[in-house]
Design a protein around this ligand. Structure first.
Ligand code: GLY
Length: 601
């Protein structure tokens, strides 16, 4: 997998040319075009360090550094973050540069119109905390938002495409709160890299181009979206240089006036107009929803795994709880002794995952709205009990939710929400020892397909259950006004002796949970370095088939797993893991299934 970009240095230099910026960048792209066409990219256009990082990734070697490191899904975004870290910025500062560039060069996955969860280790205080920048349901939304007149669930894309699925975005407010809490750099300067690229132009990556080509019909439904991604009706191509002046203007406004410039005033009015005016499928998001939006700081949810604590984002995400349940059950078995090639390891992982997903479907939702057994779900005794179910030699015939200790006696029906993979993950360690793990999303690829001011709006509300009840029993993750949809995002910081040792996370819808859990197992039990753990072929079981990564050695497990009673399904498994191991030195890895790198000094 290779790709083509101008280096951050080149792009910034081009940004200083006030006139003919796009023309200059187009000349650069024209020069690259043959290689883009023949090889899928030209690594000569990356900085030397980024080229080395790319080569390391593809060879399965981690990148090493002494002081700081950043790993994310696009080299331009990584270089923007590296620039901040090199100049003494914190992990929170660097994240703002990374996120704002990702919103430009990987717009299908995350951006200002979406939401994010951030896990942060503050080296000064030794505290671990999380920020919940999840999108919220508008106050005018009802539990029947995704049901037809007969109360039956809408088709997934009938719900997604248009204004109906748009929740109040959380990412701009999260950037601001992270900077207020942990930033050292000047706020306004953190937007410069993204502004320069947006004005100068950047080369469309192969992955972005593929995503556009595969979604052209939906992107073509709304004029502003079509004009950007399908100029003159033709999908953007890899290597084509495009600019995004409206996005630069929004970033300048936020740089000058903070997140309030997004949540109130003309940008907010444009968001509301776009959502409520979406042809064929309008939504109910209002100016009041935007003005009321709040990031919530929440305690990290941690689960023990051997000598480690895997810590991450609690409700409304199911990420840390479900990853923690899987690891907590597996901790009862000696996976190191069994080894990575042993089908029995994968039986244990698969069935631990099925049991955890049964609990997830029954109990996990926004705990500000529904009582949840948050502590009970990762309680050591409860997980040891659940792990005893795995003591056989074949796949579990019956997989049902357990009965974790509740703070309140309650009964929920199982969830029926669908999640499709999009999203992006950022891991950062700065020179002060702060560690950041953030997963960021607009939900489906290109979100609701609605664009305003150069950014896409999320479809996060479709992470709620489309049904509100099952046989008269309420579903915990049903839609309610002001509630946050359950997520699978699992930004994780693994601790040992109260110190961070690994930052990791991935996109991938509800498969995120399996990607993160198995990468931690590979790293902790099977002695793999971070890059090997990320590159390990995937075998993922949520609550149905055992999905084996097509075209990889994972397919060799098919016969044994089938013999144990699993139904296997070879398919693409498109994770986007980005991880940094923190030891005497830093070691980082990026997922070869996407376009990112880890970079450090
Ligand atoms: N929309 C993806 C997630 O939150 O899990």
């Amino acid at each position: 997998m290779r790709f083509s970009f101008c280096s951050a240095a080149l792009c910034l230099a081009l940004a200083q040319v006030a006139s003919a910026q796009v023309a200059l960048a187009q000349q650069a792209a024209d020069a690259l075009a043959p290689e883009v066409a023949t090889s899928g990219g030209d690594i000569q256009t990356l900085s030397a360090a980024a080229r080395d990082a790319l080569a390391a990734r593809d060879a399965g070697r981690p990148v090493a550094a002494e002081n700081w490191m950043v790993a994310a899904a696009n080299p331009l975004a990584v270089e923007a973050g590296a620039d901040v870290l090199r100049k003494g910025g914190t992990a929170a500062d660097a994240m703002i540069a990374v996120q704002t560039v990702l919103g430009l060069v990987e717009p299908q996955s995350s951006g200002l119109g979406g939401g994010a969860f951030l896990v942060y280790y503050d080296a000064r205080t030794g505290q671990l905390t999380t920020l919940d920048g999840r999108e919220t349901a508008p106050l005018a939304a009802t539990p029947r938002l995704f049901q037809d007149d007969a109360g039956e669930p809408l088709g997934f894309f009938d719900a997604v495409v248009g204004g109906r699925s748009v929740g109040t975005p959380g990412t701009p407010a999260l950037l601001e709160m992270a900077h207020r809490k942990w930033g050292r750099a000047n706020w306004g300067g953190l937007f410069n890299a993204a502004i320069a690229l947006a004005e100068t132009g950047f080369a469309v990556s192969p992955r972005m181009a593929d995503s556009i080509a595969n979604d052209a019909d939906r992107l073509g439904r709304f004029p502003d979206t079509a004009a950007y991604f399908l100029p003159e009706g033709t999908p953007l191509k890899a290597g084509q240089v495009i600019s995004n002046q409206p996005y630069a203007d929004v970033l300048r406004a936020i740089a000058a006036d903070g997140a309030a410039a997004f949540y109130t005033g003309p940008i907010a009015a444009d968001i509301v107009r776009t959502v409520q005016g979406a042809a064929g499928n309008p939504g109910v998001l209002s100016a009041v929803d935007l003005a009321l939006y709040q990031v919530k700081e929440r305690p990290a949810v941690c689960a023990s795994y051997r000598a480690f604590e895997a810590c991450g984002m609690g409700p409304p995400s199911s990420g840390a709880l479900t990853v923690g349940q899987i690891l907590g059950m597996l901790g009862q078995y000696d996976l190191a002794e069994l080894g990575a090639d042993n089908p029995d390891s994968w039986r244990l992982i698969g069935d631990a995952s099925r049991l955890a997903f049964a609990d997830r479907g029954r109990y996990m939702a926004d705990s500000d709205f529904v009582p949840m057994p948050t502590k009970g779900l990762v309680d050591g005794d409860y997980l040891a009990d659940r792990a005893r179910l795995l003591a056989g030699e074949t796949a579990l015939e019956v997989v049902e939710p357990g009965t974790p200790t509740f703070d309140h006696a309650l009964n929920w029906a199982d969830d029926e929400s669908l999640e499709f993979p999009s999203t992006s993950h950022i891991s950062i360690v700065d020179q002060y020892g702060n560690v950041l793990s953030m997963t960021t999303t607009i939900e489906n690829g290109f979100g609701a397909r609605l664009m305003t001011n150069g950014f896409l709006l999320n479809n996060e509300l479709t992470d709620f259950s489309f049904r509100s009840h099952s046989d008269g029993v309420p579903i915990a993750n049903r839609l309610e006004p002001g509630k946050r949809p359950r997520s699978s995002m699992a930004p994780t910081i693994v601790m040992r002796d109260d110190k961070p040792v690994l930052a990791i996370g991935s996109p991938g819808g509800s498969r995120i949970i399996g990607y993160v859990a198995t990468a931690i197992v590979a790293w902790a039990d099977w002695g793999m370095n971070v890059q090997e753990a990320i590159s390990l072929p995937h075998a993922i079981n949520r609550f149905g088939t055992y999905d084996l990564e097509a075209g990889t050695e994972a397919e060799a497990l098919a016969e044994a797993l089938t013999g144990m009673g699993f139904e296997v399904n070879p398919r693409d498994l498109n994770s986007g893991l980005h991880a940094i191991e923190i030891g005497d030195r830093l070691h980082g890895g990026a997922d070869p299934r996407r376009e990112g790198i880890a970079l450090g000094e």
